[in-house]
Write a protein that binds this ligand. Structure first.
Ligand code: PLP
Length: 291
């Protein structure tokens, strides 16, 4: 089952807007977008993907904060958090609580009249439990970026969750060509960055480390949630630059994201990694209890 609503953005002039009246449910098979929409024609827009658990969205406020941050980086209008929150709750309530789900928020630059095009979708999806349990083989792929891309070339929009995911999808296809499941990007200098759809977390002893988001990585909402949990559970955490060698030599490493949750990395470029099954299970239990 899937649910789609087009959202008419609240313009801020009405003090108590009727958010329901600004939501238009459409048939998922109907054409609702203009072929001239900048999101379709140029990937010019932002999005969020949110996991749904037993009928409620996981950490929706973190996703709304990041949607606003991405919009700011892209010079798009500020999304109204309360309006989007209302839409998220409406969609989550329509999905079967017995099944896992995914909600996607999309805001594009629209058709040129200055108004963004906004929509929200909800789908019931089987949880990607297989990868959570069995882990992923990754390859390190050069992203072709210097570590200071965000300062050097802000127009590359590193750190914003834009609709331009074609390079990320190409990297995943390259991983499959090489017999792997996923990717960890590296910078020109050999720092580990993130996956095409996930954050990287590395454990050495009781220290959990993630590559810093200021270095062009998307600030991961799952990684942030996990680091909060880890600090309460006997771990220290750091966000800093991480050399690719440090990942290879770590006691364990994971890819973290909102729908697939935490998956252990079982091999990097054909080199087997140790898997911390106990901590993987505890982190996923924590995430599955959210929402
Ligand atoms: N990095 C990239 C490039 C992503 O696309 C994603 C998620 O889609 C993440 C990191 C992880 O973010 P989150 O944990 O908020 O899903």
């Amino acid at each position: 089952m899937s649910v789609v609503f087009v959202i008419t953005p609240h313009d801020g002039s009405a003090p108590a807007p009727d958010f329901d009246a600004l939501l238009t449910r459409v048939d998922p098979n109907d054409a609702v977008l203009s072929v001239f929409d900048a999101g379709v024609a140029r990937g010019d827009g932002v999005f969020e993907t949110i996991g749904v658990n037993a009928g409620s969205a996981r950490k929706p406020r973190s996703h709304l904060d990041r949607l606003a941050a991405s919009a700011r980086i892209m010079d798009l209008p500020e999304p109204d958090a309360e309006q989007w929150m209302h839409a998220i709750e409406r969609v989550a309530g329509l999905l079967d609580p017995a099944r896992g789900g995914v909600i996607r928020l999309v805001m594009t630059r629209g058709t040129g009249d200055g108004r963004p095009t906004c929509w929200i979708t909800g789908e019931e999806t089987p949880p990607e439990v297989r990868e959570r349990e069995h882990g992923v083989r990754v390859v390190l792929l050069d992203r072709g970026w210097p570590i200071d891309i965000a300062e050097r070339a802000p127009w590359m929009l590193a750190g914003a969750k834009t609709l331009s995911y074609a390079p990320n999808m190409a990297a995943l296809r390259e991983a499959r060509r090489r017999g792997a499941d996923d990717v960890v990007f590296t910078s020109l200098e050999g720092y580990a960055l993130e996956g095409p759809t996930s954050s990287l977390i590395v454990r050495t002893g009781t220290m959990l480390v993630t590559p810093t988001s200021g270095d062009g990585n998307l600030p991961g909402t799952t990684q942030r949630e996990l680091f909060g949990w880890a600090e309460q559970n006997g771990f220290s955490t750091q966000s800093r630059r991480v050399r690719a060698d440090e990942v290879r030599q770590a006691d364990a490493a994971w890819l973290a994201s909102s729908v697939r949750l935490v998956v252990p990395i079982i091999a990097i470029d054909d080199r087997t990694m140790q898997v911390d099954e106990g901590l993987t299970r505890r982190m996923n239990e924590h995430l599955l209890a959210l929402g």
